[in-house]
Design a protein around this ligand. Structure first.
Ligand code: THU
Length: 134
């Protein structure tokens, strides 16, 4: 599967968003080495801080199907934004932790604009396992 097809999957995932409070629907799709695709969309809550982003739902969905960091090769996300939709700070931290550093990440919008990036570009100087060591 190429990145354009994965972005289409992210757009399909977006249709599953539960976003009655913000009205801002986001979809994500995560591709594994063996060609499997795991979807995620944002799921909101009337208790606003409990909202969960599309990217994290996609990653956790894959992990709950037994997939591991080394299995992941590409992540796409999409929303109805002017610029290609950018992952929030919390998602950047989770992406840095759970996706390999060479994972290709495609941010996109509904107009066909696409930006390619990586976990390290999204979160330089990330807090990680190494920082827990004394
Ligand atoms: N959202 C995502 O799903 N991913 C992001 O990276 C940015 C924000 C969701 C959370 C919330 O449901 C809505 O978009 C508005 O912030």
């Amino acid at each position: 599967m190429n990145h354009l097809e994965l972005i289409e999957k992210a757009k399909q995932a977006r249709e599953l968003a539960y976003a009655p409070y913000s009205g801002f629907r986001v979809g994500a799709a995560l591709l594994t080495k063996d060609g499997e695709v795991f979807l995620g969309a944002n799921v909101e809550n009337s208790s606003y801080p409990l909202c969960m982003c599309a990217e994290r739902n996609a990653i956790y969905n894959a992990m709950m199907h037994g997939k591991k960091k080394e299995d992941f090769v590409m992540l796409a996300l999409s929303a109805d934004t002017v610029e290609p939709c950018s992952p929030c700070g919390a998602c950047r931290q989770v992406i840095h932790e759970l996706l390999p550093s060479d994972t290709k990440i495609y941010m996109s919008n509904l107009n066909g604009d696409i930006k390619e990036t990586t976990p390290n570009e999204l979160l330089p100087f990330a807090f990680s396992e190494k920082d827990l060591k004394k």
